[in-house]
Design a protein around this ligand. Structure first.
Ligand SMILES: Nc1ncnc2c1ncn2[C@@H]1O[C@H](COP(=O)(O)OP(=O)(O)OP(=O)(O)O)[C@@H](O)[C@H]1O
Ligand SMILES: [Mg+2]
Length: 345
């Protein structure tokens, strides 16, 4: 038996627009940004994850950085494969040592059949022998610890980097869902635009993300407000670097429009929910996951808008990969897992 388990490698992969996470043997072994650095001349991948992120925005004419996923789906296949391969290498294992690689990988619920096929193909190229796909909201629900097989409705909202997915789950299926391409990346871009418009200062994507994390807010009044945050950028009038202080109230106004779009999608999903399940959601509330769930005041804002209780998952950035790992252990039991035969092209 021991010998067999040595030859079997099982990975649960959350290939996210912003972050890629891998669980092996119940433990998170990779948690890195979804980015690769490429040598422009040779097209070779020179770094993935954290190392590539350090180069992002600081590259020159010989190196470029690429984020292989956009809006939740693979936009650059070669880069995505190289990234997965690079991340698997981070595990310190060379695949050829293993005779059998089994992967469960999650995908957004709004994905097309062609895009599904592409994810299977990418898994083939990293020499996976057994590949299953799972929809992200289903994985998130499992990761939060919900019993998705019960005849009980649960609403999950996963606000990632590329997409916000809102789904109602019951009896091992997604009853209704809304997937919009407004999430963390868009919030970051809102902050870049705001700083340009209101302060005449040009900032990079990484700086904008830091602002979001440090003083990001969905409400203009918070019970526990963060301190103003110093921001360095380039003054558009003088062209010289300068520093200004930014408050959470300003960022609340910068994010307001995008967050309203997320709210609209939630209301639409609630409207589409069959009445019996709506009453379950009324009793149980809504569950929030994904990095976007960490924005200050967001749960409260959604709660005020929907008049429902909103719970933030315990570890919102890891709920999806945790659920994917639970699915990996139950591939023979969970009917909602997709293998290649379930793709219709
Ligand atoms: N404390 C925080 N406050 C606000 N936003 C945060 C925080 N921490 C992370 N984020 C944002 O969360 C996003 C990443 O979340 P997550 O890892 O769930 O996305 P993903 O799974 O990679 O994307 P997707 O599911 O859309 O493919 C990024 O946009 C990041 O800036
Ligand atoms: Mg995600």
């Amino acid at each position: 038996m021991r010998l067999f388990s040595f030859f079997k490698q099982e990975l649960a992969i959350d290939l996210g627009t912003a972050n890629t996470l891998i669980i092996q043997d119940g433990e998170v072994v990779v948690d890195q940004p979804s980015i690769v650095a490429i040598d422009r001349r040779t097209d070779e991948t020179i770094a993935v994850g954290d190392r590539a992120m350090q180069m992002h925005g600081k590259t020159h004419d010989k190196i470029k950085t690429v984020r292989p996923l956009k809006d939740g789906v693979i936009a650059d296949f070669k880069a995505a494969e190289n990234m997965i391969q690079g991340m698997i290498k981070i595990l310190g294992n060379k695949k050829r040592l293993f005779s059998h690689l089994k992967i469960v990988i999650c995908i957004p619920s709004g994905i097309t059949e062609v895009e599904k096929r592409a994810v299977f193909d990418s898994a083939d190229h990293v020499d996976s022998n057994e590949t299953y796909l799972i929809y992200e909201p289903m994985a998130a629900a499992l990761g939060i610890g919900l019993d998705v097989e019960e005849p009980e409705g649960n609403m999950i909202i996963d606000i990632g980097g590329g997409t916000t997915e809102i789904a109602v789950i019951a009896l091992s299926g997604i009853v209704c869902d809304q997937s919009i391409r407004i999430a963390g990346d868009e919030f970051t871009q809102d902050i870049v635009d705001f700083m340009k418009r209101e302060h005449n200062i040009l900032i990079g994507e990484r700086t904008a993300e830091q602002i979001k994390i440090n003083v990001g807010s969905a409400l203009s009044e918070l019970d526990n407000p963060p301190e103003d945050y110093p921001v360095n950028g380039r003054d558009l009038m003088t062209g010289v670097p300068k520093q200004i202080l930014v408050s959470y109230k300003e960022i609340a106004s910068a994010l307001d429009k995008s967050i309203s779009k997320v709210e609209d999608a939630i209301l639409k999903a609630l409207e589409l929910t069959p009445p019996e399940l709506a009453s379950d959601i009324y009793k149980r509330g809504i569950f929030l996951t994904g990095g976007g769930a960490l924005i200050r005041g967001l749960a409260k804002r959604i709660s005020l808008k929907t008049k429902l209780n909103v719970h933030i998952a315990e570890d919102p950035l890891r709920a999806v990969v945790k659920g994917t790992s639970i699915a990996l252990q139950n591939t023979d039991k969970f009917s909602f897992l997709m293998d290649r035969s379930s793709v219709n092209i």
